[in-house]
Design a protein around this ligand. Structure first.
Ligand code: RIB
Length: 312
């Protein structure tokens, strides 16, 4: 199978990861559980590394600061086989930082300081298309102007554009994107973008239709966490169930899901198969703590699917 080149345009962060029984209420002080770590993260970087570990040829467009965290991230991207041509070191901003509070339940709450990510500009994005990508993947985290610029160049060049809606930007002008191959928000992002919480299949369908009325989307794929994923192609819809695993940390599961979906879909064009594969990657990601540290390799996904007696 010919390798597909995926261009990921997105954020690079260092995650300050702190375990807590649950998040404190206003005015409350809470003692954390266990130690704390500074680990690589950022929705763009997580997706880029996920795609590379799954066998994709991955080019990453981002900015890091001229500091120790930036140096560390550059080293890690190289170790993971990411093409670094469009990773810029920005001298005026610090490397992006995310404070990740990981609750005992495996759920997280994240606050992001964008730092150098907010300097990713249209020239960076335009230049990155010189790598002749087969597909482009981005997330709302890299900013509204940046997402629109990436979508417009992808549409001009007829390159499939994949969009992860994390974190949701209320009132995002979806109509400016022109055309999206796969648009994949999670439950809370769907609620923010459409006003509909995707609790039932009927809610999912209504929300997907709202999205399709705003922009030309080939497939809407709603990430429903442990309930799986909902697919809508403008006519038919279906839910692909998730795999049953012990979740310890949901951080980066959505990023890994979208990367896996993009890569697998680009391999054969079958959205159902791609969503099943992405569900497996998401399931494996939640079984480990951390963002980058939890992203599975292609061989782990194969073994997992074999154990599930799943043939794709
Ligand atoms: O999706 C998880 C990611 O969101 C974290 O790695 C953090 O950096 C934030 O970008």
């Amino acid at each position: 199978m010919a390798s597909k080149r995926i261009l990921v345009i997105g954020t690079a962060n260092i995650d300050f990861l702190l375990k807590t029984p649950f998040v404190p209420a206003r005015g409350e002080t809470m003692i954390s559980e266990g130690g704390y770590t500074f680990v690589p993260g950022g929705k763009g970087a997580n997706s880029a590394i996920a795609a590379a570990r799954l066998g994709g040829e991955t080019v990453f467009c981002t900015r890091v600061g001229d500091d120790a965290y930036g140096d560390r991230l550059l080293r890690i991207y190289a170790e993971n086989g990411i093409d670094p041509r469009y990773v810029k070191v920005d001298r005026s901003e610090q490397t992006g930082l995310a404070v990740v509070m990981l609750e005992r339940s495996g759920d997280n709450r994240i606050i992001v300081f964008p730092g150098a990510n907010r300097k990713i500009n249209e020239t960076d994005i335009e230049n990155s298309f010189l790598c002749y990508p087969d597909a482009v993947l981005t997330q709302f985290e890299c900013g509204e102007k940046q997402v629109i610029a990436a979508a417009q160049i992808a549409a001009d060049e007829n390159i499939p554009f994949f969009l992860d809606a994390g974190p949701a930007i209320p009132d995002f002008p979806l109509g400016k994107l022109r055309q999206v191959e796969v648009f994949s928000p999670n439950e809370s992002e769907t609620a923010i973008l459409t006003g509909i919480r995707p609790n039932t299949p009927d809610d999912c369908l209504r929300a997907a239709i709202v999205l399709c009325n705003k922009v030309k989307i080939k497939y809407v794929v709603l990430k429903l966490g442990s309930r799986g994923a909902f697919i809508y192609d403008g006519k038919y819809c279906d839910i692909v169930e998730s795999y049953d695993v012990d979740a310890v940390d949901t951080t980066a599961a959505g990023d890994a899901f979208t990367a896996a979906l993009t890569l697998e879909y680009m391999r054969h064009g079958d959205i159902y198969r791609a969503v099943k594969y992405a569900n497996a990657v998401g399931a494996l990601t939640v079984t480990k703590v951390g963002a980058l540290s939890s992203l599975p390799k292609e061989s782990e996904v194969k073994d997992f699917l074999l154990k599930q007696k799943e043939t794709l």
